[in-house]
Design a binder for this molecule. Structure first.
Ligand SMILES: NC(=O)c1ccc[n+]([C@@H]2O[C@H](COP(=O)([O-])OP(=O)(O)OC[C@H]3O[C@@H](n4cnc5c(N)ncnc54)[C@H](OP(=O)(O)O)[C@@H]3O)[C@@H](O)[C@H]2O)c1
Length: 292
Protein backbone atom coordinates (compact mmCIF):
# COMPACT_ATOMS: atom_id res chain seq x y z
CA UNK A 1 0.00 0.00 0.00
CA UNK A 2 1.23 3.52 -0.77
CA UNK A 3 2.62 5.49 2.14
CA UNK A 4 1.46 9.02 2.86
CA UNK A 5 4.29 11.52 3.43
CA UNK A 6 3.58 14.84 5.11
CA UNK A 7 5.92 17.54 3.77
CA UNK A 8 6.61 20.47 6.08
CA UNK A 9 8.25 23.65 4.76
CA UNK A 10 6.44 22.80 1.54
CA UNK A 11 6.84 26.25 -0.04
CA UNK A 12 10.57 26.44 0.71
CA UNK A 13 13.77 25.52 -1.12
CA UNK A 14 14.50 22.00 0.14
CA UNK A 15 10.95 20.71 0.43
CA UNK A 16 10.13 22.00 -3.03
CA UNK A 17 13.04 20.02 -4.41
CA UNK A 18 11.91 16.99 -2.36
CA UNK A 19 8.43 17.14 -3.88
CA UNK A 20 10.08 17.24 -7.32
CA UNK A 21 12.15 14.20 -6.40
CA UNK A 22 9.09 12.29 -5.17
CA UNK A 23 6.97 13.26 -8.18
CA UNK A 24 6.01 10.17 -10.14
CA UNK A 25 6.72 7.73 -7.28
CA UNK A 26 3.98 5.81 -5.53
CA UNK A 27 4.01 7.84 -2.27
CA UNK A 28 0.96 9.95 -1.49
CA UNK A 29 2.15 13.53 -1.01
CA UNK A 30 0.58 15.76 1.57
CA UNK A 31 1.82 19.33 2.16
CA UNK A 32 1.56 21.49 5.26
CA UNK A 33 1.21 25.12 4.17
CA UNK A 34 0.64 28.20 6.36
CA UNK A 35 -1.15 30.28 3.81
CA UNK A 36 -3.68 29.08 1.24
CA UNK A 37 -2.34 31.75 -1.15
CA UNK A 38 0.98 29.82 -1.28
CA UNK A 39 -0.53 26.39 -1.91
CA UNK A 40 -0.30 26.37 -5.72
CA UNK A 41 3.25 24.98 -5.90
CA UNK A 42 2.51 21.89 -3.77
CA UNK A 43 -0.81 21.35 -5.59
CA UNK A 44 1.00 21.43 -8.96
CA UNK A 45 3.02 18.47 -7.64
CA UNK A 46 -0.21 16.62 -6.84
CA UNK A 47 0.13 17.16 -3.11
CA UNK A 48 -2.96 17.28 -0.97
CA UNK A 49 -2.69 20.60 0.91
CA UNK A 50 -3.49 21.08 4.59
CA UNK A 51 -3.34 24.50 6.17
CA UNK A 52 -1.39 24.56 9.44
CA UNK A 53 1.23 26.56 11.29
CA UNK A 54 4.11 25.07 13.27
CA UNK A 55 3.70 28.02 15.65
CA UNK A 56 0.24 26.77 16.55
CA UNK A 57 0.01 23.19 17.85
CA UNK A 58 -3.79 23.27 17.66
CA UNK A 59 -3.68 23.80 13.88
CA UNK A 60 -1.72 20.59 13.19
CA UNK A 61 -3.74 17.40 13.94
CA UNK A 62 -5.82 17.28 10.70
CA UNK A 63 -2.67 17.36 8.55
CA UNK A 64 -1.10 14.47 10.49
CA UNK A 65 -4.09 12.09 10.53
CA UNK A 66 -3.41 9.03 8.37
CA UNK A 67 0.26 9.92 7.72
CA UNK A 68 2.99 7.23 7.84
CA UNK A 69 6.06 9.41 7.16
CA UNK A 70 6.85 12.93 8.33
CA UNK A 71 9.40 15.04 6.44
CA UNK A 72 10.25 17.54 9.14
CA UNK A 73 11.85 20.82 8.09
CA UNK A 74 11.81 23.72 10.52
CA UNK A 75 12.49 27.27 9.35
CA UNK A 76 15.54 29.08 10.68
CA UNK A 77 14.80 31.10 13.79
CA UNK A 78 14.79 31.04 17.56
CA UNK A 79 11.51 29.10 17.65
CA UNK A 80 12.85 26.14 15.64
CA UNK A 81 12.84 23.72 18.63
CA UNK A 82 9.25 24.68 19.42
CA UNK A 83 8.27 24.09 15.79
CA UNK A 84 9.91 20.69 15.93
CA UNK A 85 8.26 19.88 19.24
CA UNK A 86 4.81 20.80 17.91
CA UNK A 87 5.28 18.66 14.81
CA UNK A 88 6.71 15.70 16.75
CA UNK A 89 3.86 15.82 19.24
CA UNK A 90 1.26 15.93 16.46
CA UNK A 91 3.06 12.99 14.81
CA UNK A 92 3.04 10.92 18.01
CA UNK A 93 -0.62 11.62 18.60
CA UNK A 94 -1.45 10.60 15.02
CA UNK A 95 0.60 7.37 15.16
CA UNK A 96 3.08 8.44 12.47
CA UNK A 97 5.59 5.64 11.94
CA UNK A 98 8.71 7.50 10.85
CA UNK A 99 10.27 10.96 10.80
CA UNK A 100 12.96 12.03 8.35
CA UNK A 101 14.34 15.26 9.71
CA UNK A 102 16.33 18.01 8.05
CA UNK A 103 19.01 19.12 10.50
CA UNK A 104 22.23 20.96 9.70
CA UNK A 105 25.91 20.22 9.26
CA UNK A 106 27.73 19.98 12.58
CA UNK A 107 24.58 20.08 14.74
CA UNK A 108 25.77 19.63 18.31
CA UNK A 109 25.23 21.09 21.75
CA UNK A 110 28.66 22.75 21.40
CA UNK A 111 28.36 23.86 17.76
CA UNK A 112 29.86 27.34 17.18
CA UNK A 113 26.56 28.65 15.80
CA UNK A 114 23.06 28.96 17.25
CA UNK A 115 21.42 27.06 14.39
CA UNK A 116 23.64 24.03 15.04
CA UNK A 117 22.84 24.14 18.74
CA UNK A 118 19.09 24.51 18.16
CA UNK A 119 19.06 21.68 15.63
CA UNK A 120 20.92 19.51 18.17
CA UNK A 121 17.98 19.89 20.55
CA UNK A 122 15.52 18.73 17.91
CA UNK A 123 17.81 15.93 16.71
CA UNK A 124 17.86 14.67 20.28
CA UNK A 125 14.07 14.90 20.48
CA UNK A 126 13.85 12.92 17.22
CA UNK A 127 16.17 10.17 18.45
CA UNK A 128 14.11 9.76 21.61
CA UNK A 129 10.73 10.01 19.89
CA UNK A 130 9.89 6.30 19.79
CA UNK A 131 9.26 6.62 16.05
CA UNK A 132 11.63 5.32 13.42
CA UNK A 133 13.92 8.16 12.40
CA UNK A 134 16.60 9.36 10.03
CA UNK A 135 18.41 12.68 10.36
CA UNK A 136 19.96 14.50 7.40
CA UNK A 137 22.68 17.05 8.17
CA UNK A 138 23.46 18.92 4.96
CA UNK A 139 26.35 21.29 4.47
CA UNK A 140 26.05 24.89 3.18
CA UNK A 141 23.57 25.05 0.29
CA UNK A 142 24.88 26.05 -3.17
CA UNK A 143 21.42 27.60 -3.58
CA UNK A 144 22.47 30.25 -1.01
CA UNK A 145 24.41 31.72 -3.95
CA UNK A 146 21.07 32.64 -5.54
CA UNK A 147 20.92 35.41 -2.91
CA UNK A 148 23.88 36.93 -4.80
CA UNK A 149 22.32 36.44 -8.25
CA UNK A 150 21.18 40.05 -8.61
CA UNK A 151 24.68 41.41 -7.91
CA UNK A 152 26.33 38.81 -10.13
CA UNK A 153 23.96 39.54 -13.00
CA UNK A 154 24.35 43.32 -12.61
CA UNK A 155 28.06 43.70 -11.84
CA UNK A 156 29.75 40.30 -12.20
CA UNK A 157 30.74 40.44 -8.53
CA UNK A 158 29.43 39.21 -5.19
CA UNK A 159 30.53 40.22 -1.74
CA UNK A 160 30.55 38.11 1.40
CA UNK A 161 32.41 37.78 4.68
CA UNK A 162 33.82 34.29 4.11
CA UNK A 163 37.45 35.41 3.52
CA UNK A 164 39.24 32.32 2.13
CA UNK A 165 37.00 29.78 3.88
CA UNK A 166 36.63 26.38 2.25
CA UNK A 167 33.19 24.77 2.37
CA UNK A 168 31.99 21.34 1.20
CA UNK A 169 28.88 22.98 -0.25
CA UNK A 170 26.01 20.89 -1.59
CA UNK A 171 23.31 21.31 -4.22
CA UNK A 172 19.87 21.23 -2.58
CA UNK A 173 18.66 18.88 -5.32
CA UNK A 174 21.04 16.24 -3.95
CA UNK A 175 19.73 16.73 -0.41
CA UNK A 176 16.21 16.29 -1.77
CA UNK A 177 17.11 13.17 -3.73
CA UNK A 178 18.77 11.66 -0.64
CA UNK A 179 15.65 12.43 1.40
CA UNK A 180 13.46 10.89 -1.32
CA UNK A 181 15.64 7.77 -1.39
CA UNK A 182 15.37 7.39 2.39
CA UNK A 183 11.59 7.82 2.23
CA UNK A 184 11.21 5.41 -0.69
CA UNK A 185 13.42 2.75 0.91
CA UNK A 186 10.89 2.02 3.64
CA UNK A 187 10.96 2.64 7.38
CA UNK A 188 13.59 0.16 8.59
CA UNK A 189 16.41 0.58 6.09
CA UNK A 190 17.74 3.93 7.36
CA UNK A 191 16.30 3.87 10.88
CA UNK A 192 18.77 5.28 13.42
CA UNK A 193 21.05 6.83 10.79
CA UNK A 194 22.39 10.40 10.80
CA UNK A 195 23.72 11.32 7.37
CA UNK A 196 26.06 14.27 6.86
CA UNK A 197 25.56 15.34 3.25
CA UNK A 198 28.09 17.43 1.32
CA UNK A 199 28.99 18.23 -2.25
CA UNK A 200 31.96 16.59 -3.99
CA UNK A 201 34.53 19.35 -3.29
CA UNK A 202 35.41 21.83 -0.61
CA UNK A 203 35.63 25.20 -2.34
CA UNK A 204 36.71 28.74 -1.52
CA UNK A 205 34.53 31.57 -2.82
CA UNK A 206 37.34 32.55 -5.22
CA UNK A 207 37.04 29.05 -6.64
CA UNK A 208 33.25 29.38 -6.72
CA UNK A 209 33.63 32.59 -8.73
CA UNK A 210 36.07 30.85 -11.09
CA UNK A 211 33.69 27.92 -11.64
CA UNK A 212 30.79 30.31 -12.20
CA UNK A 213 32.82 32.31 -14.73
CA UNK A 214 33.47 29.12 -16.71
CA UNK A 215 29.87 27.90 -16.49
CA UNK A 216 28.31 31.27 -17.34
CA UNK A 217 30.86 32.27 -19.98
CA UNK A 218 31.44 35.65 -18.33
CA UNK A 219 33.64 36.99 -15.56
CA UNK A 220 32.44 36.56 -11.97
CA UNK A 221 34.60 37.84 -9.10
CA UNK A 222 34.33 37.35 -5.34
CA UNK A 223 34.86 40.42 -3.15
CA UNK A 224 35.68 39.53 0.47
CA UNK A 225 34.15 42.00 2.93
CA UNK A 226 34.22 42.41 6.71
CA UNK A 227 31.59 41.01 9.08
CA UNK A 228 30.40 44.56 9.75
CA UNK A 229 29.97 45.38 6.06
CA UNK A 230 28.01 42.17 5.47
CA UNK A 231 25.89 42.83 8.54
CA UNK A 232 25.03 46.31 7.31
CA UNK A 233 24.05 44.97 3.86
CA UNK A 234 21.83 42.21 5.28
CA UNK A 235 20.12 44.49 7.79
CA UNK A 236 19.57 46.95 4.94
CA UNK A 237 17.70 44.23 3.03
CA UNK A 238 15.48 43.72 6.08
CA UNK A 239 16.99 40.39 7.20
CA UNK A 240 16.08 39.92 10.90
CA UNK A 241 18.91 40.62 13.36
CA UNK A 242 18.73 37.06 14.78
CA UNK A 243 19.40 35.63 11.30
CA UNK A 244 22.19 38.17 10.66
CA UNK A 245 23.85 37.10 13.94
CA UNK A 246 23.46 33.44 12.99
CA UNK A 247 25.02 34.00 9.56
CA UNK A 248 27.95 35.84 11.14
CA UNK A 249 28.53 32.91 13.53
CA UNK A 250 28.59 30.54 10.54
CA UNK A 251 30.96 32.81 8.62
CA UNK A 252 33.38 32.92 11.55
CA UNK A 253 33.25 29.14 11.92
CA UNK A 254 33.83 28.61 8.21
CA UNK A 255 36.72 31.08 8.16
CA UNK A 256 38.30 29.04 10.98
CA UNK A 257 38.13 25.90 8.80
CA UNK A 258 35.04 24.32 10.43
CA UNK A 259 33.32 23.57 7.10
CA UNK A 260 36.36 22.35 5.15
CA UNK A 261 35.38 18.73 4.56
CA UNK A 262 33.35 16.48 2.31
CA UNK A 263 31.72 13.10 2.78
CA UNK A 264 30.81 10.44 0.21
CA UNK A 265 27.35 9.91 1.72
CA UNK A 266 25.43 11.38 -1.23
CA UNK A 267 27.17 9.00 -3.64
CA UNK A 268 26.54 6.12 -1.23
CA UNK A 269 22.82 6.86 -1.06
CA UNK A 270 22.25 7.77 -4.71
CA UNK A 271 24.78 5.56 -6.51
CA UNK A 272 26.18 8.55 -8.42
CA UNK A 273 28.49 11.44 -7.54
CA UNK A 274 27.07 14.54 -5.84
CA UNK A 275 26.46 17.51 -8.15
CA UNK A 276 29.38 19.89 -8.52
CA UNK A 277 29.27 23.71 -8.34
CA UNK A 278 29.66 23.74 -12.14
CA UNK A 279 26.42 21.74 -12.48
CA UNK A 280 24.65 24.15 -10.13
CA UNK A 281 25.92 27.26 -11.98
CA UNK A 282 25.06 25.87 -15.41
CA UNK A 283 21.56 24.81 -14.35
CA UNK A 284 20.87 28.23 -12.78
CA UNK A 285 22.61 30.31 -15.45
CA UNK A 286 19.46 32.30 -16.20
CA UNK A 287 19.20 33.54 -12.61
CA UNK A 288 22.84 34.68 -12.66
CA UNK A 289 22.60 36.47 -15.99
CA UNK A 290 19.08 37.94 -16.05
CA UNK A 291 18.92 41.65 -15.26
CA UNK A 292 15.95 43.85 -14.47
N1 LIG B 1 20.88 27.44 3.98
C1 LIG B 1 21.78 26.53 4.29
O1 LIG B 1 22.94 26.59 3.85
C2 LIG B 1 21.40 25.39 5.19
C3 LIG B 1 22.31 24.33 5.37
C4 LIG B 1 21.94 23.24 6.16
C5 LIG B 1 20.69 23.21 6.76
N2 LIG B 1 19.84 24.25 6.60
C6 LIG B 1 18.51 24.18 7.24
O2 LIG B 1 17.52 24.21 6.24
C7 LIG B 1 16.31 24.68 6.84
C8 LIG B 1 15.70 25.72 5.93
O3 LIG B 1 15.34 25.06 4.72
P1 LIG B 1 14.92 25.90 3.43
O4 LIG B 1 16.07 26.75 3.01
O5 LIG B 1 14.32 24.98 2.45
O6 LIG B 1 13.83 26.86 4.05
P2 LIG B 1 13.09 28.08 3.36
O7 LIG B 1 13.27 28.07 1.89
O8 LIG B 1 13.46 29.30 4.14
O9 LIG B 1 11.58 27.74 3.66
C9 LIG B 1 11.07 27.70 4.96
C10 LIG B 1 9.74 26.97 4.91
O10 LIG B 1 9.19 26.91 6.24
C11 LIG B 1 7.86 27.41 6.18
N3 LIG B 1 7.51 28.01 7.46
C12 LIG B 1 8.02 29.13 8.03
N4 LIG B 1 7.43 29.35 9.23
C13 LIG B 1 6.50 28.35 9.39
C14 LIG B 1 5.57 28.04 10.40
N5 LIG B 1 5.45 28.80 11.49
N6 LIG B 1 4.77 26.96 10.24
C15 LIG B 1 4.87 26.18 9.13
N7 LIG B 1 5.76 26.42 8.14
C16 LIG B 1 6.56 27.50 8.26
C17 LIG B 1 7.87 28.44 5.06
O11 LIG B 1 6.53 28.64 4.65
P3 LIG B 1 5.94 30.08 4.19
O12 LIG B 1 5.84 29.98 2.69
O13 LIG B 1 4.59 30.13 4.84
O14 LIG B 1 6.88 31.14 4.68
C18 LIG B 1 8.71 27.67 4.02
O15 LIG B 1 7.92 26.70 3.39
C19 LIG B 1 16.66 25.22 8.22
O16 LIG B 1 16.28 24.27 9.18
C20 LIG B 1 18.18 25.35 8.13
O17 LIG B 1 18.82 25.26 9.38
C21 LIG B 1 20.15 25.34 5.82
Amino acid sequence: MSRTVLITGATGTVSNALMNALDGTDVVLRALVRDEARADGPRERNAEVFIGDLDDARSLPPAFAGVQDLWLLTPNGPRAPEHSMNAMWAARQAGVERVVRLSVVGAAHDAPNRSGRLHALSDHETVRSGMRWTILRPHWFMQNLLNEAGDIAASGTFATNMASARIGMIDVRDIAECAAQVLLDGPDRHHGETYTLTGPRSLTFDEVAGQMSLALGRSVAYLPVSDDAKRETLLGYGVPAWIVDMLEEYARAYVSGWGDFTTDTVAGLLGRPARDLTDFARDHATAFTATG
